[in-house]
Each structure stands twice: as C-alpha cells, then as structure tokens.
Design a protein around this ligand. Sequence first.
Ligand code: NAD
Length: 534
Amino acid sequence: MEAATRTESPPLESFNPTSGALLGSVPTVQPEEVAGIVDDVAEVQPFWAQLPLADRARYMRRAAQVIIDDLEQLGELMAREQGKPRNECYTMELIPTIDALHWIADAGPDILAPERIPYPQVFWKAKRSRFSYEPLGVVGVIAPWNYPWSIPFGEVALALMCGNGVVLKPASLTPLIGERIRWVFERAGFPLGLVRTVHGGGAVGGALVEAERCAKIFFTGSVEVGRSVGVACAERLKGCVLELGGKDPMLVLADAPLENTVAGCLWGGFANAGQTCSGIERAYVVDEVAEPFIEGVVRGAQALRVGDPLAWDTEIGPMVSREQFEIVAELVHDAVAAGAELRCGGPVEVSGFEGAPFYAPAVLTGVTHEMRIMREEIFGPVVPIMTVASEEEAIGLANDSRFALSASVWTLDRARGERIAERLDGGSVWVNDHSYSHGAMQCTWGGEKESGVGRSHGKFGFYECVNIKHIGWEPSWAKQFWWHPYDRSLGQAMESSARVLYGRDDDKLGALRKGAPALGRVGRRLVKDALRRL
Ligand code: NAD
C-alpha cells in the first residue's frame, strides 16, 4: 500500500555546459528518504570501524590505484560535465586526490593512534591518560559543483580513514562525478553501503543535515546556504565544517618576481574559469611595479586559449552554467558603469559551441572598494586590479572584506612576505604562489569570517572527523586528596601548594614553611589511607 502512494523521484539529468548535450542521469531520492539511507550506512559503519588503522590505510591506497586505473575516463567525464580544461582535471582534481589518499594512508595511522598525555603536575603523577580518536558514526558531505571531485573526495576519504561511514550529496550540476566518488570506494573493496550518495536539490542536502544519525556535516558552498546549514546543525547540537565563499586578495610588492607574479595572477585568477573559492578576485599592486604588472596581466589574459575543455591546449573552458555566466557579466557591467575600465575579456562565442556560456578572461583597472566587484564573490574569470601607494595600504584593503579564505603576497623578501602573511586575514596565505595547497592534503584548508568555520584538510581535518575522547587511568592506591572529607587543612595545603608550585620564586620558601603543617596533615591522611589498604 505504502509503495503505491510513494512519489517516484524523477532522475537527475546532467548536461555538458559546452555543448548542451545530455551526458547521463542518476536516480534521485525524496528528502524524506535520506534519514533511512543514513540509518543504513550506520548499520555498516561499525564493521568498518573495527578494522585496525593500518588496514584502513591499505584500502586508501587501493582507492588511489582505482583512480589511477581510470584516470583518463575520469578526466574526460569531469571536463564534459563541469567544463574544466582537461589538464586542470588532472592538476587540480585527480592527481591531488591520489596524493591525498596516499598521505591519508601514510600519516593517518600516526595521527589517529592513541596519544599519551603526560602529567607534569606532581599531584597527578600516578595517573595515566590518553586521547582516543573515535569515529563519529555517519558523516554527511555536501559538495559544490566547482571542484566536484577533489573537494568532496578529500573529505570523504578523511572521514573513512577515521572509521566513519559517509553519505555524500553531490551538487546537482555535477551528479555523474559525484557517483564516481562512491564507485571508486566500492571498486577498491570498501564495504558495500559504507559510502552512499543522495542526489537531488537543496532539500535533499537539508534532509541530510536534519537526519538524526548523521553525526556531522561537511558543507562546501555559498555563504547563504552555509549559514542555514550552520543554524540547522546548531539547533540539533551537531558539529559542522563550513567551507564557504572567498574573495582572495593578491598583494604585489615592489620586489615581486614580476614574470612569475604575472603568470601566477593569470593562473590564480583564471584557472577553472575563475570558479574557484580561493581564486584571485582582487589584486593590489604597489605604484612602483603597477604598470608592468598590469600590462603583463592584460597581455597574458588576452593570450589564454578559450575553448573546448576536452582539447588539451584549452586554458579556459565555459562557465558551468548560463546562470553563473550572467552573475559574472552583471558584476563586470556594474563595475564599468561605476567607472572601472575593462582592459580585456568578456562574453565570447567559441566556434562550434555557439550559445555556450564562454567568458574570456577579463581584467579591470580603475576599480574602487565601493564597487560590488571588489566586495562580492565574482566566481568567474575576472581580475580587478587596484594600484596602491604602499604595502600598508594593500594590507588594509586586503583585510577590508567580509570574506577571509586565503590570500597571497608576492615578494622575493621571504621574511617580509611572511610578516605580511601573519597580518592578513584568512586560513591560508601563500608567498609567491596561490591556491596550490588545496592539493596538498597535509596542509589545512578553511577560512575565517564569512569564508567558513573549521578545517577540512591536514591533521586538523582528521580531528574534525572524530570524537576526541580523553581516557584516564587512576591506579587507586589511595583516596584522592581533593575527595571528601573536607576540612581547613585541605584549603591551607592548597593555598601553599599554589604558591610553592606556581608562585614567585622569592615567596616559595615562606609559603612552604607556612603551609607545612597543613601539607603534612593532608599527606599523612593519604599515606594512612594507602597503608590501610595494603
Ligand atoms: P551552493 O551553496 O549553491 O550549493 C552547495 C551544495 O549545497 C549543493 O550540493 C547544493 O545542492 C546544496 N544545498 C543547497 N541548498 C541546501 C540546503 N538548504 N541545505 C543543505 N544543502 C543545500 O554552492 P555552489 O553554487 O554549489 O558552490 C559555489 C560556492 O561554493 C561559492 O560560493 C564558492 O566560493 C563556494 N566554495 C567554497 C569552497 C571552500 O573551500 N571554501 C570551495 C568550493 C566552493
């Protein structure tokens, strides 16, 4: 009866943004089915969690081999479904996950092994303690479309290494790649049902957040949705890691290595057609080098090859959707209307793909911080450049944003670059490069301000996927001195201990003399208690 009244979910179709062709479809679920899927994963997870860390590590290496064996097909699918140039499918998505799986396998067993906690405190000397890193159960991963492989893949793999099961909700623009993530783990021999995907729109993601047995959410996406996910998690007292929008600044100092700085700006601003949370969205260049830097970036942007992402020499593919294209075009239009100068780039037709959302790399100068282009996330191939009088001004402007994901400083003076890095807001600051460390799983990833909460890579990413449990042992030779009964001696002994152990050196002897009778009484009581038990 129940089956007859259930609504059948229509499949989710996926289209090639370049050609508009239908690529395939995946089955979707109704939001009310999600909790049941989480429950199913929760049934499988305890078996996986029993495996020793070294064995889980072996599975991680096997998953890496599955990717290697299928590298070409995966790269092609990614280029077709998301529009990223084929080389970037390798450099920014696939190879980093292979490397990540190996790092997780190599470093995970040490990071997650029980960790002894020393007791320097004299009164706790007999105790033994350790941290035990225990799986949370089922972790929910909600993914964006811009890095539909590497972002969720890393989070899923970290969660699995910690002994969790995972329910993954891929972005609805890139469901085929999302399915391939589940497939890799199944193919590598992970228990069937340990990693499940749920496809659908925002309501399916919302249902995952609400599912009772989903212990924690890793969400990557927009600030607006991330905020609502954070609120929903808080209402359920559930943890979440939120990886949200960015507005990365690049600071170009007078001694920047100019050729690399220009090339780095072109890559950091235009890779993945600018649809990168940590893409360069603002460049601040000091007066002294402004002219050659701007000239270099404009010339370089004009030379980038826009076209079919499947062609090996394409550098800029289409935007993922017409909607994303319109957002970018509107922001650039707004800046130009407010007085900015568009030095190159804009909407462009690519022969053979008429009507596809191609946007040639754009460079804007004459921008001000009042313009929306300098305050809102562009998420497209546009680099606005501002000339500044000093590095102090650049630091002030860089930090003048509601976002703080990451930033870069370009200078050959390492100490100066790192000093500036310490003053910039954000979760990562690079000197003479940008973004790359998302591809190095041992580094942390995450932001400050509206760019998010928590960290999703590195040892801190592991710690986000576990219940950090303190387990303490007491040999029970005697009653603890702070247990009942209470009397004046205990208080006096405490006062003098505080001074003797932590006070000024000059006061220690006096405190010991003054507290000796009380310390003696408390000590005798403990010894008597211990002897009585022998
Ligand atoms: P989005 O917020 O629209 O969607 C992200 C995911 O959330 C999708 O899977 C979507 O289906 C799901 N979702 C939508 N509504 C939901 C709800 N109410 N509850 C739960 N899930 C819901 O973001 P997007 O357009 O896919 O991605 C682009 C954004 O992601 C940009 O702002 C970008 O900066 C950000 N991003 C951040 C990082 C980072 O590491 N900080 C990385 C990549 C992308």
